[in-house]
Design a protein around this ligand. Structure first.
Ligand code: X90
Length: 275
């Protein structure tokens, strides 16, 4: 069995698993940052700050997905929410092509209704189920149910890039910009960006994330934090969580190109288990 995700999961490989990522792209003018291992995300973030060029993103092509599928019998694909990206669509088309070439094989494409570290939590669960010896159908079913027991909360450096690309309302983005406030948001149950709270400072925003985790039913489960040049905020949140839940499985990492582009400098994304 192989696990395949688009690069918005921030994963390039996965321990004890047969894993591949299909890359999204960040475009600055006619320069392309492909979201693969080795791409200099810090340089990209700097260039985004100074560049006057138009910027955008693009989902993996059908061929990118087929390359990630490679030559496997049973494939589980998990994508970023289809509400915000064409990834799910291109993956579904690739799956259809793959199956018409190899009718005896299996490809399941699941919309995570989320992105980033929530996908990371889902990927790890998927690997765990496979390593427990569950069969393909069981893994597909259990991972589909598990998706409802995980969450994504975030505070973004700015909403500019989301607004520029039509992913959030421009008026909200302008408001955040002019008032210098931080929006704490979540991935809604239908896979939309749900801006839940306005916070005056970054410290308050990080506390709000923890309060919202509790509201979402957090009880000491796994946590994955991914930041864009904001290790201090990520660490503060980790310390806060460990104060109440000293034994949690918690890890901090950096956002890769796609998440860094949309979370922006100072952005922190938190994926967690609810129950
Ligand atoms: O297909 C494409 O070009 C990619 C578009 C992706 C747009 C959203 C990326 C979000 C990245 C920052 C905020 C988290 C929002 C999650 C809401 C479900 C992460």
């Amino acid at each position: 069995m192989k696990i395949v995700m688009d690069s918005s999961s921030n994963l390039r490989e996965l321990e004890d698993a047969n894993f591949a990522a299909a890359p999204l792209k960040v475009l600055i003018g006619n320069k392309e940052f492909v979201d693969v291992r080795g791409t200099d995300v810090a340089a990209m973030v700097n260039e985004l700050e100074t560049s006057k060029e138009k910027t955008s993103t693009a989902c993996p092509s059908i061929q990118d997905w087929l390359d990630a599928f490679a030559d496997e019998m049973e494939i589980i694909v998990v994508t970023i929410t289809s509400k915000l990206s064409g990834c799910f669509n291109s993956a579904a088309i690739a799956a259809k092509e793959y199956l018409s070439e190899h009718p005896e094989r299996k490809v399941y494409v699941m919309d995570s209704l989320s992105t980033g570290p929530e996908m990371e939590v889902i990927a790890e669960k998927c690997a765990e189920l496979i390593n427990e010896g569950k069969n393909y159908e069981q893994v597909c079913q259990e991972i589909t149910e598990y998706r409802h027991k995980t969450g994504l909360l975030f505070v973004l450096g700015s909403l500019r890039n989301l607004a520029k690309n039509g992913r959030v309302n421009t008026a909200i983005a302008k408001l955040v910009d002019t008032l210098h406030i931080f929006i704490v948001g979540k991935a809604s149950i239908v896979g939309d960006l749900d801006p839940s709270n306005k916070c005056r400072g970054k410290k308050r925003a990080m506390e709000q994330i923890y309060e919202n985790m509790i509201k979402e039913g957090y009880k000491g489960g796994k946590v994955r934090i991914r930041h864009t040049e904001s290790p201090g905020d990520a660490l503060a949140l980790q310390t806060h969580i460990l104060k109440y839940w000293p034994n949690v499985d918690i890890k901090i990492g950096k956002n890769k190109a796609l998440c860094a582009y949309y979370a922006e400098k100072g952005g922190v994304l938190v994926g967690f288990e609810k129950g």
